[in-house]
Design a protein around this ligand. Structure first.
Ligand code: UD2
Ligand code: MN
Length: 518
């Protein structure tokens, strides 16, 4: 049991910490904390490690009874140089808000941290908490192998993973365990509430607002959040029913231990941070499992202000490449085409992961795209052209920023992609840049169609969208970009880019890179 809460203490009931560093010493501590953790550790240290949270769950969640016997769980919390206050608040929130019959143990895995407070003082603190153990890795392994080390020591039927700066809410685990008890191939994750990095306010995300499931950007392989569409929500019998999720953010989920091992755990060739959440998401779906967001379960997480692993961006890219090589089939080319740096990376040996995919008889990536992640724009596997678009008259290149307020223009070709990378899609769009979210099109000024050229968010954003008329181009004679809506052609003029009556002139001829007219 937690000590009785002092309602006036900083941060109680999940409220923000109102204190601000005043003295020079406090300011120094604040700045050091921010530098070391990318969150306001100074404020966090003012909050009790037992802080209370208001139980804001929907009444149906609070009333819900879990009849069947639920499996016992090993909670695995990995950490690398975590702050004392956030780590222990994570641990206490588990101990104090998990029914003891469901909690087999809490395993803390130290990924070779060098902060002093995480050495003997942590051992001493944890020795008073019978359910909690610390396992130490002698070398830095990165979060993927650190979790695998935790799993090796776990004795529960179910594994629940947490980041080391979380706060579990009342009733966080039971709804997850119920889904697993009903079907051991279901991998449930909770609503992840935001704990603000600056003042540690716990921002509860209720079921009545928009619910967000996990997606992934198919161009840069970043996890992203998707608002669940109303038709999906309407399919449910109850507002608290789980929702299928194409991916998960990775830090907080539960999984049947045997199923996790059967599925191939994690790819132990992945380093430090990133990519493992997308990899396991694709793998679960492609190999017959299900990922579900469970609206009754809530865990807070401190979203940092910046990433503390700047130095390991290349590790993340390499992890992604390992994932793409094993699970994405031809679709990996979409990523590599726009991010040529992938081609230079050695992803290492993937034999065992490819054998795993065969052994589990997993489906291919196009099945995943059609059946699981269908409401997303999938870039062409083979666009008509991709790269720079150069004018034949002045040899300059079509260039635009990601700010649609700045009209596209012609500048000297630099050959570095970015603002000069375009894709002419099979549907006739000219999409800008590696993000591919802006389309070259004719403007509409005060509702009147114009012949000026702008970039604007492409109309085709989700699966079944079509490009708008303004966005549609037809490549003629491999060089002319004809605009059917205006019956004009893309032309460079003194005053900028326009569509003009089509003529047989070089100003209207363009050299498109990587042309594929097949
Ligand atoms: C998110 C996930 C995180 C992980 C990551 C992608 C949530 C809430 N968090 O990033 O769990 O899936 O995406 O890889 O969904 N750590 C180590 N060793 C390291 C680096 C990190 O043990 O070398 C620990 C770290 O202390 C933390 C956990 O791994 O407990 C996740 O790291 P993070 O909090 O920096 O990741 P986050 O939340 O940005
Ligand atoms: Mn985190």
């Amino acid at each position: 049991m937690p000590p009785p809460a002092d309602p006036g203490a900083p941060g109680e009931e999940g409220k923000e910490v109102e204190l601000r560093p005043g003295t020079p010493e406090e300011t120094e501590a604040y700045e050091l904390g921010l530098k070391q953790h990318s969150f306001n550790e100074w404020a966090s240290s003012k909050i009790s490690v037992h802080r209370s949270l208001l139980d804001l769950r929907h009444e149906l969640c609070i009333e819900k009874k879990y009849y069947r016997p639920l499996p016992q769980t090993s909670v695995i919390i990995i950490f690398y140089n975590e702050a004392w206050s956030t780590l222990l608040r994570t641990v206490h929130s588990v101990l104090e808000r998990t029914p003891s019959e469901l909690l087999r143990e809490v395993i803390l895995v130290d990924d070779c941290s060098d902060f002093d407070h995480l050495q003997a003082p942590l051992d001493e603190y944890v020795s008073h908490l019978p359910e909690v153990r610390v396992i130490r890795s002698p070398t830095r392994q990165g979060l993927i192998r650190a979790r695998l080390l935790g799993v090796k020591h776990a004795r529960g039927e179910v594994l629940a993973f947490l980041d080391s700066h979380c706060e579990c809410m009342e009733g966080w685990l039971e709804p997850l365990l119920e889904r697993i008890a009903l079907n051991h191939t279901t991998v449930p994750w909770p609503v992840i509430d935001m704990i603000r990095w600056d003042n540690f306010a716990y921002l509860f995300h209720g079921v009545k607002g928009t619910l967000m499931v996990g997606g992934v950007d198919l161009v840069d392989l970043k996890f992203d959040w998707h608002i669940v569409r109303q038709i999906e929500l309407n399919k449910r019998k109850s507002i608290i029913d789980p929702i299928k999720s194409p991916t998960m953010p990775g830090g907080v989920f539960a999984i049947d231990k045997k199923y996790f091992e059967h599925l191939g755990a994690y790819d132990d060739g992945m380093e430090i941070w990133g990519g493992e959440n997308i990899e396991i998401s694709f793998r679960i779906w492609q190999c017959g499992g299900t990922i579900e967001l469970v609206p009754c379960a809530h865990v807070g997480h401190v979203f940092r202000v910046t990433s503390p692993y700047h130095a390991s961006v290349d590790k993340w890219t390499r992890n992604n490449k390992r994932m793409a090589e094993v699970w994405m089939d031809d679709y990996k080319s979409v990523v590599y085409r726009r991010h040529p740096e992938y081609l230079k990376i050695d992803a290492g040996d993937l034999t065992s992961r490819k054998i795993l995919r065969k052994a589990l008889h997993c489906r291919d990536f196009s099945w995943y795209l059609q059946n699981v992640y269908s409401n997303v724009y999938v870039p062409d596997l083979r666009p008509v052209a991709h790269g720079q678009i150069q004018n034949k008259e002045n040899h300059r290149c079509l260039d635009a920023t990601s700010d649609p307020k700045e009209p596209p223009r012609l500048v000297d070709c630099h050959g570095h992609g970015g603002s000069q990378y375009w894709e002419l899609t099979r549907a006739g769009e000219v999409r800008l840049g590696v993000e591919g979210k802006l389309c070259l099109q004719t403007a509409v000024i005060k509702k009147v169609p114009s012949t000026d050229i702008i970039t604007k968010t492409c109309a085709h954003r989700f699966a079944n969208d079509q490009p708008s008329k303004q966005e549609r181009w037809v490549l003629q004679n491999s060089t002319v970009l004809y605009h059917p809506m205006t019956d004009r052609c893309l032309e460079e003029t003194e005053s900028g880019l326009v569509v003009a009556p089509c003529e047989d002139v070089n100003r209207q001829r363009w050299l498109l890179q990587n042309l594929d007219l097949s």
